[in-house]
Design a protein around this ligand. Sequence first.
Ligand SMILES: *Cc1c(COP(=O)(O)O)cnc(C)c1O
Length: 387
Amino acid sequence: MIPYGRQDISQADIDAVVEVLKGDFLTQGPWVEKFEKSIADYCGVKYAVAVASATAALHIVYAALGMKPGKLVWTVPNTFVATANAALYCGADIDFVDISPTHLVMCPVALKKKLEEAKAKGRLPDLVVPVQFSGACANMQAIRKLADEYGFKIVEDAAHCIGASYNGKKVGSCEFSDAAVFSFHPVKIITTGEGGLVATNDEDVYKALMRLRTHGITRDEKQMTHNEGGWYFEQLDLGYHYRITDMQCALGVSQMTRLDPFVKRRNELAARYNTKLHNLAVKPIEVSNDSHSSWHLYVVMLDKKYDRRKVYDTMRAKGVGVNVHYIPVHLHPYYAQFGFKKGDFPVSEEYYDRALTLPLYSGLTEQEQDHVCQSLAESLSEDNEAR
Ligand SMILES: *Cc1c(COP(=O)(O)O)cnc(C)c1O
């Protein structure tokens, strides 16, 4: 089966991890900081804090920005559940803003309309989380303007987006946001096995993140009430054990040296899909002009006449590991308790009914890609004939 995404591991990556295994520190050694610095330098951001997963990163950055019971977080339904769950971990309330039908990211028009309604009802969001879907960004300039007008914070869920650019700057520069979160799960652009990172230019957020990832503890004398000696530390918040290991970060540093070639190859393969699928009744995701996508996902929307479930099953039977991103978060049974129901976010729901993710990763060969395209053409015509 050709998977929809997979890691790209070189001998240099393997050697980097083995070197750590032979050394003194498996965790909390020098590689965590080296990895953070390589990403901060790459993105052009002041601070980078690496943690055990992007889910952990979302949780502690929401907390660092003050999310707690009584606060309200808005994100989009077209995301992985973690983006919304992290708000619930903080005890905050969650709501959603619908996506734009072409770029599949937070729609600034829908956001503005919802903000006006929220203002009239007297409950504005404290934090808005655009999800930079598939590797391309929402209209961050428009969302920033609304943030300044309505007074909310912005975290970008950029799990798909390391190596991407927006408005001529790397995603993670946080030009228009308070923080951005990356994921290093093996299907993402670079990997540490499991892992995530928060990028931010805000020193207070940075200090809070450094405490929250390790039990709320600090050894920084400037943050402590007093000092009792070399062993002494203080717990200032109720933090978590969300640390990442040196083994993972050595892999991450090695992977970072190939980030640009990975993104370049994903762009070439996406352009090749666009050409090859030109004659089929499918609509590929469109990237906005101000984004240079990292192409984490290659998503097509099937024409309404097709049965997506059948096409999915036929393609899997042909050895193509297609997938669907995403089941709208508000439609998961867990979210029904908050009053969400079908019809609440129609653009996300209609998109979901037609969406199919085709395999895309740097190691995908052109022969494999040709097989994917051939299989899609066959699956669509088989579905057509069945009617
Ligand atoms: C993968 C992903 C996450 C979660 O990442 P983990 O590192 O697996 O915790 C969160 N949000 C989005 C949009 C993702 O794609």
